[in-house]
Design a binder for this molecule. Structure first.
Ligand code: HEC
Length: 254
């Protein structure tokens, strides 16, 4: 009885502390955005995904890998085979051994995975003040809020409230848990020059890179939705057919 009472008292004391700890570390939910790919029959906005690929390549790829994506998959956002070859050939990848048995390097091919900026996690941390820039291949699926969160994170930088003590090398971000993130604000207005003439505002680049990362995490999304529609149509047809057969078979029985 006494043990139970102590336990209850203990829980009552810890409860509010836990609550306030969570509140201190928590972050507001990023506002909901409209994404073309989130609607029932939605598809990826390919122009946005291509611009997002440019943002990833010119900005994010300096720190973040995209390990689970192969260059050949870029056909999924509408790149032609020639464009994909050129993108892959721009990086150098290990290519077995030369005649002397020394490791050899050469231009990448569409069959290669996206090249990571750092050879391993230790090197990545060393290049980022001790923080690890996570792989972005599945990031849109890995965070609560998905694309809204990535967009929020990209646009959520600002000056910290006067009461907040910032740790060394950290940056204030409204939507990051704890509000202190090791990643410096990656996007500034006009950071990239879009080939299609779109104005590269922070919001535009955030939207585009999020679309690209959503595609990277779910490249088969559109096929999945189309398959769903076909399955429903097939089931409807089968229901009609089976009903017709049932009526035919039982038509003599009154
Ligand atoms: C200068 C290096 C650098 C660049 C450039 C950079 N990042 Fe980061 N990023 C980091 C680091 C370091 C972290 C880890 C932050 C932490 O844990 O405090 C991070 C974390 C993240 C996270 C995870 C946040 C979370 O919830 O854990 C996302 C998403 C992200 N970056 C997206 C991007 C995108 C998109 C771009 C390009 C527009 C980009 N980053 C450019 C260094 C970078």
């Amino acid at each position: 009885m006494r043990a139970l009472r102590n336990l209850l008292l203990g829980m009552a004391a810890v409860g509010p502390m836990l609550g306030s700890a969570l509140a201190a570390g928590g972050a507001p939910t990023p506002p909901t955005q409209q994404w073309s790919f989130e609607r029932i029959f939605g598809t990826y906005d390919l122009a946005a995904a291509q611009r997002g690929f440019q943002v990833y390549s010119e900005v994010c790829a300096a720190c973040h890998s995209l390990t689970f994506v192969h260059y050949r998959q870029l056909s999924g956002i509408g790149l032609t085979p020639e464009q994909i070859k050129a993108v892959a050939a721009a990086v150098t990848v290990p290519q077995g051994l030369d005649d002397q048995g020394a490791p050899k390097e050469g231009p990448g091919t569409p069959a290669n995975k996206f090249k990571a900026p750092f050879p391993n996690e230790t090197a990545a941390r060393a290049g980022n003040n001790g923080a690890y820039p996570p792989d972005l291949s599945l990031m849109v699926n890995a965070r609560v809020g998905g694309p809204d969160y990535i967009y929020g994170l990209m646009t959520g930088y600002g000056t910290p409230p006067a009461t907040m003590v910032m740790q060394d090398g950290m940056n204030y971000n409204k939507y990051f848990t704890g509000h202190q993130i090791a990643m410096p604000q990656p996007l500034q207005d006009a950071q990239v020059t879009y080939a299609d003439g779109t104005t590269a505002s922070v919001e535009q680049m955030a939207r585009d890179v999020t679309t690209f990362l959503a595609w990277a995490a779910n490249p088969e999304l559109v096929e999945r939705k189309q398959m769903g529609v076909r399955v429903i149509l097939f089931l409807l047809l089968m229901t009609g057919l089976t009903y017709a057969v049932k009526r035919k078979v039982w038509s003599d029985v009154h």
